[in-house]
Design a protein around this ligand. Structure first.
Ligand code: ADP
Length: 482
């Protein structure tokens, strides 16, 4: 309503179902930087969600029957339109989510990169022939689209978490119903508008906003849904997995992490500090791959803390639309409360605050970027994701000790370490029980690599040619009597 968009028609206050804009705006969407209401979106429940799945089911056969090249061209069109409206999409994203505009633009590029990649990949979903057990028969393996996908996505990456699911789904010939997070529905709806303009047929891509329990209930029980694809908290992921068991749906989950970030004595310290900054403070610490525990080896511990603190002191907190701001607000009060809880617990158990440690003078959902030393395994921040701008440093002595500590968690999404020793790189890289390991880099996300976790961080992979796997079923044809 008050956003200064080049194309104001990208701000949608209705849901997109079966190629039409439906519902009326009821739930407020607020800007976490100011508290202002920026739009209202429908509060859909089970009936409307069922209608959306029915529409996606009706669109499934014709969409899958198109040639891969036809699908590829339409998906590519979607990518082109997203890139053409990058600035508006970034402004919508920042306004509902809070991340600085430059980061929001980065997310739009990142989100679009999945669409570009899977538009290309659509043409490479090949089946195979296998050696046969009979001379008069042949074995063929078809890779057919899984079916209708139910996707539930979080607020921390309002664009990318949708395109990572929707792009491979559409490429494979699946149709999809997306339920975005209540905090950030506007980016999802803008993506739907651009899918519409790209000519994606009705019913192929649908977005419903509203009651997450009711919609989640439909997406995990409707007989037409064959895959539930979720990114979010581990608790909700477990709940959805249980719900999906009732009709034996495939489930792909990207859940919480508790990323260790290890700096060995032989590391390039400046590079390690740079990596720790992007890994820890990107999106105000609100990503599932953010460093949660920073381990510094005894020989470099003090020097590392000094350099890290100097870098953190340079961060600028504020409204993400203002120039020079590197840190936006946290998403809401609940997020602030968790940071405060972890801080208080750590202090009570002996940690020292080197920098920050308070709500920011700007008020609202702003918090000071914070560095702690003396962190230990007994603290809450060692066991749970803080999802905020809190960098706790743990001191360690040996490689064996730090691998054990890093793996001592039920999570297994991302891990990072800095070393220049080639033997150590392989030992530690292979020893960490994580789906992804960044070595001498604090940034690992790219559409070209398989993103995903092990243990309670989830299953399935998004990105690269592996990311198509959830969206295709292998069908075995035995052709005999030849
Ligand atoms: P966070 O705590 O980071 O918000 P959630 O897992 O609660 O993470 O949210 C991720 C997504 O899951 C959001 O789209 C949210 O609306 C949705 N969600 C939350 N609870 C449920 C539920 N009971 N059933 C289905 N979806 C849910």
């Amino acid at each position: 309503m008050s956003l200064d968009l080049i194309d104001p028609t990208l701000l949608k206050e209705q849901c997109y179902v079966d190629g039409a804009w439906v519902g009326t705006g009821e739930s407020e969407v607020t800007n976490p930087a100011t508290g202002a209401v920026i739009a209202r979106v429908p509060r859909f429940g089970a009936d409307e969600a069922t209608a959306a799945v029915d529409a996606a089911a009706a669109a499934f056969k014709p969409w899958g029957a198109r040639t891969a090249k036809e699908r590829s061209k339409l998906i590519r069109q979607w990518y082109e339109r997203i890139m053409a409206h990058r600035d508006d999409l970034a402004l919508i994203l920042t306004s509902e989510q809070g991340k600085p505009l430059a980061e929001a633009k980065g997310e739009i590029d990142y989100a679009a990169s999945y669409i570009e990649f899977y538009a290309e990949e659509a043409k490479r979903i090949a089946g195979e022939t296998l050696p046969s057990h009979r001379a008069d028969a042949r074995i063929l393996v078809l890779r057919q689209p899984t079916g209708v996908v139910g996707a539930i996505t979080p607020w921390n990456f309002p664009a990318a978490m949708i395109t990572r699911k929707a792009a491979p789904a559409l490429a494979a010939g699946c149709t999809i119903v997306v339920k975005p997070a209540g905090e950030t529905p506007l980016t999802a709806l803008a993506l739907a508008e651009l899918a519409d303009r790209a000519g994606i047929p009705k019913g192929v891509f649908n977005v419903v906003t509203g009651d997450s329990k009711a919609i989640g209930g439909v997406l995990t029980s409707h007989s037409a849904i064959r895959l539930v694809n979720f990114t979010g908290s581990t608790d909700v992921g477990k709940l959805l997995m249980r719900q999906a068991a009732g009709t034996v749906k495939k489930v792909a989950l990207e859940l919480g992490g508790n990323a260790p970030f290890i700096v060995f004595d032989d590391a390039d310290l400046d590079a390690a500090v740079e990596g720790a900054m992007v890994s820890k403070f990107r999106n105000m610490g609100q990503t599932c791959v953010c460093a949660n525990r920073i381990y510094a080896q005894a020989g470099i511990h003090d020097a590392f803390v000094e350099k890290l603190t100097a870098a953190v002191a340079k961060l600028k907190v504020g409204n993400g639309v203002e120039a020079g701001v590197t840190q936006g607000p946290l998403i809401n009060d609940k997020a602030i409360a968790k940071v405060e809880e972890h801080l208080a617990d750590a202090r009570a158990k002996g940690a020292s605050i080197v920098l920050g440690g308070h709500r920011h003078a700007l008020g609202g959902a702003y918090f000071e970027p914070t560095v702690l030393t003396g962190a230990t395994a007994a603290m809450q921040l060692a066991r749970e994701e803080t999802f905020g701008p809190l960098a706790p440093v743990f001191r360690f002595e040996t490689e064996e000790e730090v691998i054990r500590a890093a793996n001592d968690t039920e999570f297994g999404l991302a891990a990072y370490f800095y070393s220049r020793d080639v033997g150590r790189i392989f030992r530690v890289g292979e020893g960490l029980e994580y789906g992804m390991v960044g070595i001498n880099s604090g940034l690992i996300s790219t559409e070209l690599a398989p993103f995903g976790g092990v243990k309670e961080s989830g299953n399935g992979r998004e990105g690269s040619h592996h990311g198509i796997e959830e969206f295709v079923e292998k069908k075995y044809l035995l052709v005999a009597g030849l």
